[in-house]
Design a protein around this ligand. Structure first.
Ligand SMILES: Cc1ncc(C[n+]2csc(CCOP(=O)(O)OP(=O)(O)O)c2C)c(N)n1
Ligand SMILES: [Mg+2]
Length: 341
């Protein structure tokens, strides 16, 4: 890592070195489950079962799993709209998530939110926001609240590379720095916004440099490697816990599908995509675990088979799940007791 003052340099202690064999296998299994969930969502969207927007995290699963593993009870995660895997890592079941995508009453938020608005506050997952950058002031406010209450909780807040120029993000970083908030901001730099390469729209690269402007420790990591992801995020969490200082990290990653289901992805060549896929986080972890004697071909196939079978059942149940009742149409639209009733 970098050496300049203010940059996250790596504290020499790699949190991943203390993970047990069981935790490593769980991490791998979770990432395979994420992949199969997202592929099932893609197929269901193509079949007209999912309405509205649908943004997949295929290729970026290591970030959801690595970050979630770094969290302790009470910590909070906030993200944008590419969130199925994050919500699932924080305890939303595959069924609750898929039912929500299908718009069913049994969904995570009663079928009212859809793909972009999963929530699980009991496990520290605070969404799920559709406006680019919108989640960052919200996450910063949560961090302020945690510090005020002295509850020791740390917030991790994700945003895309296309979001970092939003004014509200700059205001948030400034406040996080002057108020010394226990928060870890992570830019998932998958190189593209909705269709334009980040290098064409940003004067920033490397994006993590933005942290320096607000006197925030900053750094970058390989978001295609779940163990490096876990190490970098754990170090930032440790800083937040021990010094109540924010960190601004850039995760280098790739999304293997379009921005959303309606994006044909004409802005990158087949060769470029193939190169990105050669760094797929799932086989990368598999190889490490094979080398450590924890996985072999047979176990890899068994984990994958179980993930596919689970998704078959989940899809069938989502198909059969009830729709929300029409009487629910105004539920959660207006605050109770407010001027609107
Ligand atoms: C305020 C606002 N402007 C525009 C949009 C439309 N929009 C949705 S996603 C997106 C690009 C975001 O790209 P990035 O932040 O890199 O995230 P990624 O989709 O790559 O994960 C845009 C412009 C929006 N949702 N909100
Ligand atoms: Mg992007």
């Amino acid at each position: 890592m970098a050496t300049q003052k203010g940059k996250q340099e790596g504290n020499g202690k790699q949190a991943s070195a203390s993970l047990s064999d069981e935790q490593l296998l769980d991490l791998y299994t979770e990432m395979v489950n994420h992949r199969r969930f997202e592929e099932s969502a893609a197929r269901s969207y193509g079949m007209g079962r999912i309405y509205g927007f649908c943004h997949l995290h295929i290729g970026q699963e290591a970030i959801a799993s690595g970050a979630s593993l770094a969290m302790a009870d009470g910590d909070m995660m906030v993200s944008a709209y590419r969130i199925h895997t994050m919500a699932i890592s924080r305890g939303v079941t595959h069924q609750e998530a898929m039912d929500e995508l299908f718009g069913r009453a049994t969904g995570n938020v009663g079928g009212m939110g859809g793909s972009m608005h999963l929530f699980k506050p009991d496990n520290g997952f605070y969404g799920g926001w559709g406006l680019v950058g919108q989640q960052v002031p919200t996450a910063t406010g949560l961090a302020f609240s945690n510090k005020y209450k002295e509850n020791g909780a740390v917030v991790v807040c994700f945003m895309g590379d296309g979001a970092v120029h939003q004014g509200a993000i700059h205001e948030s970083l400034n406040l996080a720095s002057i108020w010394s908030l226990p928060i870890v901001y992570i830019v998932e730099n998958n190189h593209y916004g909705m269709g334009t390469a980040v290098d064409r729209i940003s004067s920033l690269p490397p994006i993590h440099r933005l942290g320096a402007a607000y006197d925030i420790d900053h750094g970058e990591f390989d978001g295609m490697d779940v163990l490096k992801t876990y190490d970098a995020i754990s170090e930032a969490f440790e800083r937040a816990r021990s010094t109540s200082r924010p960190t601004f990290l850039e995760a280098h990653c790739s999304r293997f599908r379009g921005h959303s289901m309606s994006d044909p992805g004409k802005y990158r060549t087949r060769d470029q995509l193939a190169e990105e896929k050669s760094r797929d986080p799932i086989p990368t972890l598999a190889q490490t675990l094979v080398e450590r004697g924890l996985l072999d071909d047979e176990k890899i196939s068994a984990i994958d088979k179980a993930a596919k079978e689970r998704m078959k059942k989940v899809l069938k149940a989502a198909e059969e799940a009830p729709w929300p009742d029409a009487s629910e149409i105004h539920t959660n639209v207006f605050a109770e007791g407010g001027t609107n009733g």
